[in-house]
Design a protein around this ligand. Structure first.
Ligand SMILES: *Cc1c(COP(=O)(O)O)cnc(C)c1O
Length: 408
């Protein structure tokens, strides 16, 4: 048996690709998974071989630890196989490092970068901190206002950073339209695709130039590693790779092996989480305490139509807003939950809840999104894990009692 199917990889369903991705016999040997190659020094046969070095700079050529070894190569190869249109994937020590690596690849001093106003907060801080310090000007735009976005371009705009659904507030924007406009203006489009992964939104085939992921979330999937990735077509992949090498980015082989383990069940976890999240979102939307459920998979919720048009999957992450303006009640609700941990991050096997107030991370967009609930602003973000959804709903229900009434 070989792992090379009679079908070309592009014709296989993603579940089938996930099982085989990155398992090249020259990297795995006779075992199923690539061993953990702990290596800084790679040895050469003699000085002639050393002088010759690797003829080309690509995965699969032993050179020195910073360029990785089979464990890291197998993970990058697997992620490339899951991203239609990608020529390669660069790995970074965190999701934020991947975003910084992409920004520093495509931007130069004097350039303007357009950043989606609902992007992940550290992405926004990267614009106003790192990038501004290096002479690059960040401008925040409302991704739901396409005319304003188009008008925001100038001669110096070299790149656009998109994210959908938006962090915390979960709006879905018209990604193909925004990417097309960026292309027409000669700007590189980058998408933080952590929420959907390529299984839920194949970014490059929708016109995005660079897709980014925090592998920390779904790909790792078990809340025990930090990592990021950037995938692109041939020209941008080569530039991302060079810049990552100049920045000294490298990931540990142990983490690469963990991420590969997580990746093998990614499709199952995403499907289960998305289904449970929809059940929880439906239940919440019928509750009298809740002003708005912000879940793209929920029919009638903001962004659902675009999600349905462009996405092929969802995940367990969504938000909701309580009626009224009682922050203490919202916090009592979260504190009363027993099956949800309180913590940042998401996409692990276990459910999490955090209080949110996106208005402090916005320049142009309004929070909460729907104008019909003025006064409501205290939100909660849930990351639904692999627990039984009925148990999660029962936990949410008992915690709503604490929202109504402080414990006597
Ligand atoms: C968590 C997250 C990141 C950053 O990933 P880290 O690995 O924590 O640096 C980037 N984008 C989104 C949307 C995230 O949720």
């Amino acid at each position: 048996m070989t792992l090379t199917s009679s079908k070309s990889p592009e014709d296989l369903q993603s579940a089938t690709r996930i099982v085989g991705a990155g398992r090249r016999p020259e990297w795995t040997g006779p075992v199923v998974n690539p061993p953990v190659w702990r290596a800084s020094t790679h040895l050469y046969a003699d000085t002639a071989a050393l002088a010759q070095g690797p003829r080309t700079n690509e995965d699969g050529r032993f050179f020195y630890g910073r360029r990785g070894a089979p464990t890291q190569w197998a993970l990058a190869d697997a992620l490339t196989a899951l991203e239609p249109g990608a020529a390669g994937t660069v790995l970074y020590p965190s999701g934020v490092a991947a975003i910084a690596g992409a920004m520093l690849t495509v931007l130069r001093p004097g350039d303007v970068v357009l950043i989606s106003d609902n992007a992940y907060d550290p992405t926004r801080s990267m614009g106003t901190g790192l990038l501004r310090d290096f002479g690059i000007e960040p401008r925040f735009f409302d991704p739901l206002d396409i005319a304003a976005y188009e008008a925001a371009f100038c001669e110096r705009t070299r790149a656009v950073l998109l994210e959908a659904p938006g962090s915390l507030s979960m709006e879905v924007c018209d990604l193909p339209a925004l990417a097309r406009i960026a292309g027409e203006k000669g700007a590189v489009s980058m998408l933080d695709n952590t929420w959907a992964s390529p299984l839920g939104f194949a970014g490059l085939t929708h016109g995005i130039d660079i897709t980014l992921m925090a592998l920390t979330k779904h790909v790792g999937g078990h809340s025990d590693l930090m990592m990021g990735s950037a995938s692109a077509g041939p020209e941008l992949y080569a530039r991302l790779r060079d810049r990552a090498q100049q920045l000294g980015n490298v990931i540990s082989p142990d983490d690469a092996a963990l991420a590969l383990r997580g990746l093998r069940t990614l499709h199952l976890r995403l499907a289960h989480e998305a289904q449970s999240a929809l059940a929880v979102a439906q239940w919440l939307s019928a509750r009298p305490e809740i002003a708005q459920v912000l879940c793209p998979m929920l029919p009638g919720a903001p962004g659902h139509d675009l999600w349905k048009r462009d996405f092929t999957g969802g995940c367990g992450l969504f938000s909701f807003v309580f009626k009224g303006s009682d922050a203490a009640a919202r916090n009592r609700f979260i504190d009363a939950l027993t099956l949800f941990g309180i913590g940042y991050s998401w996409g692990g096997f276990e459910s999490l809840a955090i209080p949110i107030n996106p208005s402090i991370h916005r320049s142009t967009m309004k929070w909460p999104p729907a104008p019909s609930h003025e006064g409501s602003q205290h939100g909660v973000r849930l990351s639904i894990g692999l627990e039984d959804p009925g148990d999660l709903i029962a936990d949410l229900e008992q915690a709503l009692a604490a929202w109504h009434q402080p414990a006597g």
